[in-house]
Design a protein around this ligand. Structure first.
Ligand code: NAD
Length: 474
């Protein structure tokens, strides 16, 4: 793969040192990535600050057109970017239910176009004989974006597009595991944007705290683990940075006894194992009523037995590897703990021989709370299937968890499902589906899954503050 440089003030910057980006399916080198130093970060923030005075004054129409053009460029370079994502992240090009790297590119372009069309019109708080009082949405300044390794390009787009659409400038730092597609995206976007509006620095995790503590950044938008989110909140206090924190999830899905098991099993499987389970709002705790428990276990096992796991560049692969060795170790430890706590493995359970960080699609029956696999987020291809008998009890079990990202109810009685959905403590709740997101619907967590929302007008507003303007009539 080609050479990569930081992009600072529109220029490609070569660094003295680099770090390796590894293909998780082969453990081979994909590319060398530039290792930014603190001085590069300072330069990037300075460039973003200078560009802010211009970009914040550019017309709404111009900013809208720029975001559309970036979407067009992603579409044009979709093949190249999808290959890059498969190589650095591991997800197949096509993948199970079409939810692979090509889907990530399609989503990234679609989110650009949808974000371009969002508007933040002036609101009128009062208009009488004394005053007209207007509420204007003003950009915040320099936004620092810190992204994870699971959907690297899509999440970068979710951060960057609303920031620049609303007149901010950006310094982005992708995950050290998956920086390449973001480097290429920023290079492409700089063909459209004025110098300094969008800058990228790449490095290891220690670059993150330098950003979150930097007085030149006004807001941090972060997607990643809850542990890191807490550190960011502390570090951002120095200049009272605005924060959007999209953190971990441990979503419960509750299946009522009235479902057609064969009909709902494929949707449950796809939303649990999407991107090999490495998706924040994947279904991660499956609660199934005792009347249909054995049937559901059999239906899910049948799907798992027929799905393929392998190198995502190969034809016909449904699921790729776990993205990195530390994450694979977490999944292995949770599988071991589940086994020790009496879990019945319907499929999988043990890592495949290398090369590659492969863990088989794993279904674990007969587990419950008190087991790490149920209580914590595994973020890998392993799903606990938990038996319940009472609806009130299962709602409280689902809620008795520090996470609150998403949740779902599966039933043929939509009215009852809706009543139960209302009782789940989470930012998004689905009925008869899980993990679907849309650019016109706010998405975000409650409890320790973070705060703030992304997408839609509500998400765009998070990149602005309100300026109230009092205009006297006489
Ligand atoms: P992570 O928290 O380890 O890393 C995320 C990013 O933070 C990386 O760019 C990393 O370099 C950086 N970072 C690490 N330490 C930092 C620090 N002290 N200060 C600032 N930045 C720091 O997360 P990950 O392992 O890359 O991603 C997996 C996690 O992300 C999972 O918990 C998953 O649920 C969560 N996630 C959440 C959402 C959501 O929308 N809620 C979406 C995707 C992933």
């Amino acid at each position: 793969m080609g050479n990569f440089g930081l992009i600072i003030n529109g220029d490609r910057v070569v660094t003295a040192s680099s770090f390796d980006v590894i293909n998780p399916a082969t453990e081979e080198l994909v590319a060398k990535c530039p290792l930014a130093e603190a001085a590069h970060l300072d330069q990037a923030i300075d460039a973003a600050r200078s560009a802010f005075s211009l970009w914040s004054q550019v017309s709404n129409e111009e900013r809208k057109a720029a975001v559309h053009k970036i979407g067009d460029l992603l579409e044009k370079h979709g093949g190249e970017l999808a290959g890059m994502i498969t190589e650095e992240q591991g997800k197949p090009l096509g993948g199970f239910a079409g939810l692979g790297a090509q889907y990530e590119i399609g989503g990234a372009a679609a989110w650009c176009h949808a974000t371009a069309e969002l508007e933040l019109p002036v609101k009128i708080a009062q208009d009488d004989e004394n005053h007209r009082i207007e509420l204007h949405r003003k950009p915040l300044g320099v936004v620092g974006s810190i992204t994870p390794w699971n959907w690297p390009l899509l999440i970068a787009i979710w951060h960057v597009m609303p920031a620049i659409r609303s007149g901010n400038t950006v310094v982005i730092k992708p995950s050290p595991y998956t920086p390449l597609s973001t480097l290429r995206f920023v290079e492409l976007a700089n063909q459209v944007l004025p110098a300094g509006v969008l800058n990228i620095v790449t490095g290891q995790d220690d670059l993150g705290p330098l950003m979150t503590g930097h007085a030149g950044i006004d807001k941090i938008v972060f997607t990643g683990s809850t542990v890191t989110g807490k550190k960011i909140m502390q570090s951002a206090a120095g200049n009272l940075k605005r924060l959007t924190l999209e953190l971990g999830g441990n979503d419960a899905g509750i299946v009522l006894p009235d479902v057609d098991v064969e009909a709902v099993a494929p949707g449950i499987f796809a939303s649990s194992f999407i991107n090999s389970g490495q998706t924040c709002a994947a279904l991660k705790r499956l609660y199934v009523h005792e009347d249909i428990y054995d049937d559901m276990c059999a239906a899910l096992k049948n799907i798992a037995d027929n799905a393929t796991v392998g190198n995502g560049l190969d034809e016909g692969i449904d699921f790729g590897p776990v993205q990195n060795r530390p994450q694979l170790s977490i999944v292995e430890a949770m599988a071991k703990d589940a086994k020790e706590k009496g879990g019945r493995f319907l499929t999988g359970g043990i890592s495949q021989e290398g090369p590659g960080y492969f863990f088989p699609l794993t279904l674990v029956a007969d587990v419950k709370e008190g087991c790490r696999l149920v209580d914590e987020e595994p973020f890998g291809p392993i799903l606990p299937i938990i038996k319940y008998s009472d609806l009130d009890e299962v709602i409280s079990r689902a809620n008795d968890n520090p996470s609150g990202l998403g949740g779902s109810i599966w039933s043929s009685d939509i009215e009852q499902a809706n009543q139960l959905a209302n009782r789940l403590e989470c930012g998004t709740v689905w009925i008869n589906s899980h993990a679907g997101i849309q650019p016109n619907v706010p998405f975000g967590g409650v409890k320790q899954s973070g705060f703030g929302v992304e997408f839609s007008t509500e998400g765009l507003e998070e990149y602005t503050s309100i300026q109230s303007v009092f205009i006297p009539k006489k």
